[in-house]
Design a protein around this ligand. Structure first.
Ligand SMILES: Cc1cc2nc3c(=O)[nH]c(=O)nc-3n(C[C@H](O)[C@H](O)[C@H](O)COP(=O)(O)OP(=O)(O)OC[C@H]3O[C@@H](n4cnc5c(N)ncnc54)[C@H](O)[C@@H]3O)c2cc1C
Length: 427
C-alpha cells in the first residue's frame, strides 16, 4: 500500500483483491458514519448494515491500512492481562463480562469467515503460548490454571509435548489454547469489507475525515471532497488515528512490531515445524511470534520497526533466532519484511469512549485486535441500534487520558528493541 513493501508485506501480496471502492466525492446522508476500515469499523458496518441501518464507512487510505492489514494473524482469546486480573482492574461486573466476551471472541471471527465464505487462510488448530525458562513456565502454568478454573479449553503442555508440536526443544512448556487459531489478516479485513458491502454498507477509501461537527442534532463528517451527514458516528481509527478525535491516539503508546516471511519451505521442513499449524508466541519481554501462511512460508516476528538501523538489525537477528530455533533454517532468506504500530494502553486493557453525543469508539487493543476488534465492532453496532444499553457494554465509559512522555516511551521501545536484538547473539 502506498507503494511501501514494508507496510503490509506478504499479506498484501497474497490477499484476494479488496472490493471496488471509490473516494467520497458527494454529500451523503446515512444513519451511521464509521471512520476507519479495520476490523472494528468493518465489523460495525457489517452488523449495522445487516440490521437494516444505512452506513457509510470512510477510510483515510485503504481497507486494512492500519493494524488490521499488518499483524501476525494470531486470532487469540482474551487479553495479555492474566484472566484473574481483569475483575481486579475493571470491577467484578465489567471484568467478568469482558473476559467472557473476549474468551469467546475467536468463535465470532471463525463464524463470520464461514458465513461469508471469506478466503483468508483460516487455521483452527489453536495457538501455543511457549514458555522460555522457569519464569516463562510459571507464567503459562498460572495462565492455564486461571483459564481452566473458568472452564476454558486450554491445555498445559510439558517441554516434550511442546517440542513435538513446535519442532524445537527451545521451550520449557506451553499453553495450547484451542479457542484460537490463525488467519491472513488483510484477507480477513477485505472479506469483512466484501460482506459489509453486500449487506448494503457504502465504503469509501482514500477519504480521510478532516472534520466532524454537530449541526442540528446530526453529525456532519467531512472529507476534502464530500461529506456524510449521520445521526451516529463510530470512530474506529484506533492506533492509526489521524485528524479527528486525536485524543484516541494521544492515549496510546505505539509499540513497533515487525514480521519476516521466509520463502515457501519444502515438505520435510513443513512437517518438522509446527506440523499441526498452531500460531506461536513466547513469554519473553521482547517476545517473538511465528506461524505458517497457506503456501508454507514461516512468518516470524518480534518487537521493532524496520526503519533506520532497525532495517538491518532486526532481519539479521531474525536469521540468527530462526537458526537457533530450527537449525535446518540456517541461511534462510526472507521474501517479505513489514512492520506496524501496536497501540498500548497504560493498563494493557482496551477503552470504550463516548467522544461526544452519539460519537462512540473502542480502542487500545494492546496487540490483541483481531477477535476483540470484531466483537467490539459488533458491540458498537448493537449499541447504536439500541439493542445494548451503556450499562450492558463490556467496558465502562472512560475519558481518554493522554499518556505522559508518549514520544519518549515510543522512542524507547524502538531503540530498545534495536539494542536488544543487536546484542542478542544467543536466542
Ligand atoms: C505488527 C502488528 C502485529 C499484531 N499482531 C496481532 C495478532 O497477531 N493478533 C491480534 O489479535 N492482534 C494483533 N495486532 C493488533 C491488531 O492488528 C489491531 O489491534 C487491530 O487491527 C485494530 O483494528 P482496528 O480496526 O481497531 O484499527 P486499524 O486496523 O488500525 O484501523 C484504523 C483505520 O482507521 C483509518 N483512519 C485513521 N484516521 C482516519 C481518518 N481521520 N479518516 C479516515 N480513516 C482514518 C486508518 O487508515 C486505519 O485503516 C497486531 C498489530 C500490529 C501492528
Amino acid at each position: 500500500m502506498k507503494n511501501d513493501p514494508r507496510s503490509h508485506g506478504l499479506w498484501e501480496r497474497s490477499a484476494p483483491p479488496a472490493p471496488p471502492t471509490s473516494r467520497l466525492s458527494d454529500d451523503l446522508e446515512a444513519d451511521v458514519a464509521v471512520i476507519g476500515a479495520g476490523f472494528t469499523g468493518l465489523s460495525a458496518a457489517l452488523h449495522l448494515a445487516e440490521a437494516g441501518a444505512s452506513v457509510a464507512v470512510l477510510e483515510g487510505v485503504e481497507i486494512g491500512f492500519g493494524g488490521s492489514g499488518r499483524n501476525v494473524g494470531l486470532v487469540n482469546a482474551g487479553m495479555w492481562v492474566m484472566p484473574d486480573d481483569l475483575p481486579g482492574e475493571l470491577g467484578e461486573v465489567y471484568g467478568n463480562r469482558l473476559l467472557h466476551l473476549l474468551g469467546d471472541a475467536p468463535s465470532l471471527v471463525f463464524e463470520l469467515v464461514e458465513k461469508h465464505a471469506m478466503a483468508c487462510e483460516v487455521e483452527r488448530s489453536g495457538t501455543l503460548h511457549c514458555a522460555v525458562g522457569a519464569k516463562g513456565l510459571a507464567e503459562v502454568h498460572e495462565r492455564a490454571r486461571q483459564w481452566q478454573a473458568r472452564g476454558a479449553p486450554v491445555r498445559l503442555l510439558d517441554a516434550e509435548e511442546t517440542a513435538r508440536k513446535v519442532g524445537t526443544n527451545a521451550y520449557s512448556g506451553s499453553l495450547l489454547d484451542l479457542r484460537a487459531g490463525t488467519i491472513q489478516p488483510l484477507a480477513y479485513a477485505r472479506g469483512l469489507a466484501v460482506a459489509a458491502s453486500k449487506a448494503g454498507a457504502q465504503i469509501f477509501t482514500a477519504s480521510p475525515v478532516l472534520d466532524a461537527q454537530e449541526v442540528d442534532s446530526r453529525w456532519m463528517v467531512r472529507t476534502s471532497a464530500g461529506s456524510v451527514q449521520a445521526k451516529w458516528v463510530i470512530v474506529a481509527t484506533n492506533a492509526y488515528t489521524t485528524n479527528v478525535w486525536p485524543q484516541i491516539r494521544a492515549e496510546l503508546v505505539h509499540l513497533p512490531y515487525f514480521n519476516l516471511a521466509t520463502k515457501p519451505l519444502g515438505d520435510n521442513l513443513r512437517t518438522a515445524i509446527l506440523p499441526e499449524r498452531q500460531g506461536v508466541w513466547d513469554t519473553k519481554d521482547i517476545l517473538s511470534s511465528f506461524r505458517f501462511d497457506q503456501k508454507g512460508r514461516l512468518v516470524f516476528g518480534s518487537v521493532g520497526a524496520l526503519r533506520g538501523p532497525g532495517r538491518t538489525i532486526h532481519p539479521n537477528w531474525g536469521r540468527r533466532a530462526l537458526r537457533k530455533l530450527f537449525p535446518q533454517l540456517a541461511g534462510i532468506e526472507f521474501e517479505y519484511e513489514w512492520y506496524g504500530s501496536i497501540g498500548m494502553t497504560s493498563n494493557n486493557l482496551p477503552r470504550f469512549h463516548r467522544l461526544a453525543r452519539n460519537v462512540v469508539s473502542f480502542s487500545g487493543y494492546n496487540g490483541r485486535g483481531i477477535a476483540p476488534g470484531t466483537v467490539f465492532g459488533r458491540t458498537l453496532a448493537r449499541f447504536v441500534l439500541g439493542e445494548l444499553a451503556e450499562d450492558d457494554l463490556p467496558l465502562p465509559v472512560t475519558e481518554p487520558e493522554p499518556v505522559r512522555l508518549r514520544a519518549v516511551k515510543e522512542a524507547y521501545y524502538e531503540v530498545g528493541a534495536q539494542i536488544v536484538h543487536a546484542a542478542m547473539t544467543r536466542f
